[in-house]
Write a protein that binds this ligand. Structure first.
Ligand code: NAP
Length: 248
């Protein structure tokens, strides 16, 4: 059967690395993005030039109507989704909890966890045997922050990833008998642009000496784990987590 993957936040970082690897493994890929149209469309073009199938779709995945439209476009242009990677995640300027306001908290939770519920809902409606689907797999991109807490940096972000872990556990059990596996990866200290959003682009290098492996990670190292969890090699794995934090 055709394998069709939706990856949220695929214009750069971990999402882009996942899209590249998925296309190389034969998936048709939908690359979702918010602002980086140039990066997303050029990656889609690169995949098509190499003989793959790719579609770049702008959508704010925190907005219900935009998520619904994203999946309708995938239905029409790539076919029924068989794999979802809930990769979108944002953080904001490092600060303590005693400085955070409600507007910031609402932005973080809407983008990091409401989005994952909305995308999972659309995917389950298409994949579940209960709804006439052929099954599929979901990988949620959580973070080691969910167990480390990100004190003094962004406890709000860490808490949204705690919610991602619970979504993974709950949804995995809800749909386990309907042909859908739901797992998560918990990366940390990966070399991407996300750290600049916190106001510290060089954060990984600052922390490096406290990482047991003595280095940060690369987006491709996270993509490898995501592709494995989505593959038939992980056929009995659901509700599980892969730690990708260099031993931290
Ligand atoms: P990144 O380089 O900052 O990329 C974020 C991606 O998300 C971009 O493609 C961005 O699109 C997209 N995006 C942001 N808000 C969106 C929205 N509302 N709707 C649609 N797309 C949106 O991030 P990354 O480091 O690759 O992180 C990917 C995931 O890994 C996140 O969930 C993050 O929490 C998690 N993670 C990362 C690390 C790390 O060290 N890097 C560690 C642990 C977990 P535009 O380019 O269009 O803005």
């Amino acid at each position: 059967m055709d394998r069709v993957m939706v990856i949220t936040g695929a214009s750069r970082g971990i999402g882009a690395a996942t899209a590249r690897l998925a296309a190389a493994r034969g998936y048709a890929v939908c690359l979702n993005y918010l602002h980086s149209a140039g990066a997303a469309t050029s990656l889609a073009g690169e995949i098509r030039a190499a003989g793959g199938r790719a579609l770049a779709v702008a959508a704010d995945v925190a907005v219900e109507a935009e998520v619904a439209e994203l999946f309708r476009r995938v239905d029409g242009e790539l076919g029924a989704v068989t794999a979802l990677v809930n990769n979108v995640g944002v953080l904001e300027t490092q600060m303590r909890v005693d400085q955070m306001d409600a507007a910031r908290l609402n932005r973080i939770f809407a983008t990091n966890i409401t989005s994952a519920f909305l995308c999972a809902r659309e995917a389950v409606r298409r994949m579940s045997t209960r709804h006439g689907g052929r099954g599929g797999a979901i990988v949620n991109v959580s973070s080691a922050a969910s167990r480390l807490g990100s004190a003094g940096e962004y406890v709000d972000y860490a808490a949204s990833k705690g919610a991602m872990d619970t979504l993974t556990l709950g949804l995995s059990r809800e749909v386990a008998a309907e042909g859908i596996r739901v797992n998560a990866v918990r990366p940390a200290f990966i070399h991407t642009d996300i750290h600049a959003s916190g106001g510290e682009p060089g954060r990984v290098e600052r922390i490096r000496d406290s990482i047991p492996m003595g280095r940060g990670g690369e987006p491709g190292e996270v993509a490898n784990a995501i592709l494995w969890l989505l593959s038939d090699e992980a056929s009995y794995a659901t509700g599980t987590f892969i730690e990708l934090a260099g031993g931290k």
